[in-house]
Design a protein around this ligand. Structure first.
Ligand SMILES: [Zn+2]
Length: 438
């Protein structure tokens, strides 16, 4: 266990894995923070299935021969979920099924595990955990930035869930089935949000557990924290398998239970079609020779396929698909070298007659609502004059302008990170007036 007091670890896990952060005093509700997280009672889905709501959910499935847990939430919710679900049944935990290796699903594995409990995951689960270990420093930095947390706290939380007691005991390639009591558990590899994603089907209950392959917002086909390629083709195939089951109950890791065959089919089909539209339009544009930024600005979901973008975002997904398929090269010979565009920043500033005219133009652009263009100009100024007070203030204002218009919690996290960084530099710059123009 961590040497940090449990309460602190829990707090870190909670903050790390939810984005209800209150940086700059602005609380933002994450679309994945579903109603009921503060409830002390589990939801009874039917006589066998109970859901403890959290980030993410924990499911208890009761059988005559013992219980099965599907996903275990993050470290902060795990204890509470266990208390809630133990009230429903105290029978032995025969299996824990982990839909994928993201911390919001793995966090309670060690807590639920008993002597003889099997932990089932896909063969890519240990590989995905290795990937997270390999990029530990990068995720530590990016999680701290995105969720406004001290780095040491993020480090401890990451160390915790990557411990061996969170490993699987059974892994499989394509499918794995077992019977327990009166129920059958069919588990399928279901690539989508991750390469190790698995979905579970209990035919006797017509219940499908979809993990993170669907939530009530456009999917994160790319996420800014960083991810391996999330293949829309495979994601769609996984959704189609679930549609084919004709579930009457749909249980996701970040949503409330959905009931009713027709309603579930409609939602799953809509989700699949939205992914297909974005994928197909991106591929069409790539073949036509359109660059990634043109596609990011051109492709919009048609009205009938609209989905909120409070978590996943179309533009990031388009770029994720483009670069996931062909990598970073954009057919422009000048970008194949190690000399970046920023290498001519100094020349641009000199030609403009110093930083001030560029800052003025940036402010004009911001005033017209063109905040991103303003950011590009200010980036040029601040790369050459990192303590330029006027430029720093203009960039903070541009970030704030974007923040006001944002509905996406991840975008908000990064804008707030930018504001924090610049406010810190500005404070230092103002305490040393000679540097305020540099
Ligand atoms: Zn996930």
């Amino acid at each position: 266990m961590s040497r940090l007091p449990h309460g602190i670890v829990s707090l870190v896990c909670l903050l790390l894995l939810t984005s209800t952060v209150a940086a700059q005093g602005i609380a933002q509700r994450n679309i994945l923070d579903i109603p009921g997280m503060d409830s002390k009672e589990a939801i009874k889905v039917n006589d066998h299935i109970y859901q403890a709501v959290g980030f993410g959910n924990t499911y208890l499935i009761k059988t005559k021969e013992g219980n099965v847990i599907i996903d275990t939430s993050n470290g902060a919710f795990a204890t509470k979920h266990q208390t809630m679900l133990r009230k429903i049944s105290n029978a032995p935990i025969k299996y824990i099924i982990v839909t994928h290796a993201h911390p919001a699903h793995v966090g309670g594995v060690a807590r639920w595990r008993e002597k003889g409990t099997e932990v089932i995951a896909h063969t890519n689960y240990p590989k995905f955990r290795d990937y997270q270990r390999r990029l530990f420093g990068l995720f530590e930095r990016r999680n701290a930035a995105q969720y406004a947390l001290p780095s040491f706290m993020v480090k401890r939380a990451q160390e915790e869930f990557l411990k061996p007691e969170f490993d699987a005991t059974i892994t499989f390639e394509k499918e794995y089935k077992f019977n327990l009591g009166e129920l059958t558990f069919e588990i399928y590899h279901s690539i989508g949000e991750t390469q190790d994603q698995i979905n579970v089907w209990i035919p006797e209950l017509k219940a499908a557990f979809i993990g993170d392959n669907m939530y009530e917002t456009f999917p994160n086909i790319y996420t800014l924290r960083g991810t391996e390629f999330r293949s829309p083709i495979e994601w769609m195939a996984s959704l189609e398998r679930v549609i084919g089951w004709e579930p009457e109950v749909l249980l996701g890791s970040h949503m409330l239970p959905l009931q009713g065959k027709e309603e579930i089919k409609k939602k799953l089909t809509h989700y699949r079609d939205a992914i297909r539209y974005v994928h197909d339009e991106t591929v069409k544009g790539m073949n036509q020779g359109k660059d990634v930024h043109t596609l990011m600005s051109e492709i919009k979901l048609p009205k009938e396929l609209a989905i909120g973008e409070q978590y996943g975002r179309l533009t990031w997904s388009i770029r994720g698909i483009y670069e996931g398929y062909v990598g970073w090269f954009d057919e422009n010979p000048s970008t194949m070298y190690e000399v970046p565009v920023s290498a001519v920043d100094k020349d641009i500033v000199e030609l403009a007659g110093g930083p001030d005219p560029l800052v003025k133009r940036a402010k004009d652009l911001s005033a017209k609502g063109e905040s991103v263009k303003a950011l590009h100009l200010l980036d040029i100024v601040l790369r050459t004059h990192p303590s330029h007070a006027d430029a720093l203030q203009a960039r903070i204002n541009a970030y704030k302008g974007l923040l006001e218009r944002s509905v996406n919690v991840i975008e908000q996290g990064w804008l707030k990170f930018g504001i924090r960084q610049d406010e810190l530099t500005l404070k230092k710059s103002m305490s040393n007036p000679s540097s305020a123009k540099n």
